[in-house]
Design a binder for this molecule. Structure first.
Ligand code: P6P
Length: 338
């Protein structure tokens, strides 16, 4: 009986990667599989969110001062539950927790990695069935193994990530992750309950025609950003267009679409919020890593996102990410802001 080896599950893929690097301990592969397991549990609840009393505000507000939906807490708890009882993670930082969660047990203290998460980004969209997602970044600890992890393990620049990824709960559920060796996408096959390799070696097209921005903030943006938006709107066949504006208000969905099709996603600073809205450690760094490995680019308008030295767990940053040619056009416009 011939075995169909064409369809690799996430587990098989990470183990295959391990075979290619015999010196690897397998901890990173196990960590990625743990994240896959937690996201499958989140997926079950997201898919029936409209049916059970899991919607509605959890009655608390997170560090962002935003009302917390029950699903955010559920997703956060699933990730902690799996990783705390795994053997590959010493602790996590999360949008849903003011401080880092240090697992501090004998096994976890020996673990090489820490993780940063936005457990359920875009959760305000759950009530209206818009795609949402889990975002993660994985770092090798800088603190000594055998002791509990420390905040310094989490305040590393994004260029120190060993892996980063996201899960998009959309028309299908996909887990996309990057290591320095490439970006690969896995679609959840509900028949076998496994993520299966569906998008091997994802590359971000060098150019595209999709620009993503919240036009509602237009008059709050800098002159350079406004000039860029005007250029995007004036594009036609004579100057490399037409461009189209796509912005669904769910970062995972917007960036995933632009990564696959080519495009640029922006969340600029505004007069009211010069640092913008998005969080450096667990929203921008993971996507910057993924898009750069896929051949794209990510900046804060001036500097490479991955080179920013974090000072706080929940710090914000303006964020521009996408196809290199579109990013170059943007950067030309932003010169006027300097
Ligand atoms: P705005 C969702 O709340 C989120 O953090 C991102 O997923 C999304 O890209 C952004 O905020 C949308 O923010 O201010 O345009 O509604």
């Amino acid at each position: 009986m011939s075995i169909n080896r064409q369809v690799l599950t996430l587990d098989e893929f990470t183990l295959q990667q391990l075979r290619n690097f015999p010196s690897a301990t397998g901890e990173l592969s196990r960590l990625l599989r743990d994240i896959g397991l937690a996201s499958k549990r989140v997926n079950v609840e997201v898919n029936k969110a409209g049916l059970v009393d899991i919607l509605g505000d959890h009655g608390t507000t997170n560090i962002q001062g935003e009302e917390v939906k029950k699903m955010d807490i559920y997703a956060n708890n699933q990730l902690i539950g799996v990783l705390k009882h795994g053997i590959s993670c010493a602790g996590i930082g999360s949008e849903e927790m003011d401080e880092i969660e240090i697992f501090d047990d004998e096994i976890s203290n020996q673990s090489k990695y820490v993780c940063l998460f936005d457990p359920l980004d875009g959760s305000s969209n759950i009530d209206v069935n818009v795609s949402i997602g889990t975002i993660f970044g994985i770092y090798k600890r800088v603190s000594p193994l055998g002791s509990p992890c420390t905040i310094e393990d989490f305040l590393q620049p994004g260029n120190r990530q060993v892996a980063a990824g996201y899960v998009i709960y959309g028309s299908s559920t996909m887990l996309v992750y990057a290591t320095k060796r490439g970006v690969n996408g896995f679609t959840l096959d509900p028949q076998i309950g496994e993520f299966t390799l569906s998008h091997p070696d994802i590359k971000c097209p060098p150019t595209g025609r999709i620009y993503s921005v919240n036009h509602g903030n237009f008059f709050q943006y800098s002159e350079g950003v406004r000039n860029y938006i005007n250029i995007c709107q004036k594009k036609d066949k004579s100057n490399g267009g037409p461009y189209t504006q796509r912005y669904i208000g769910s970062m995972v969905a917007d960036v995933h679409r632009n990564l696959i099709k080519g495009g640029i996603f922006t969340y600029p600073g505004t007069i009211d919020k010069p640092k913008g809205k998005l969080r450096l450690l667990y929203e921008c760094n993971p996507f910057a890593f993924i898009v750069e490995v896929a051949g794209g680019k990510a900046t804060n308008g001036k500097d490479r996102i991955l080179d920013i030295q974090p000072t706080e767990l929940h710090q914000r940053t303006p964020f521009f990410v996408g196809s290199v040619d579109m990013m170059a056009e943007l950067e030309t416009c932003l010169e006027i802001d300097k």
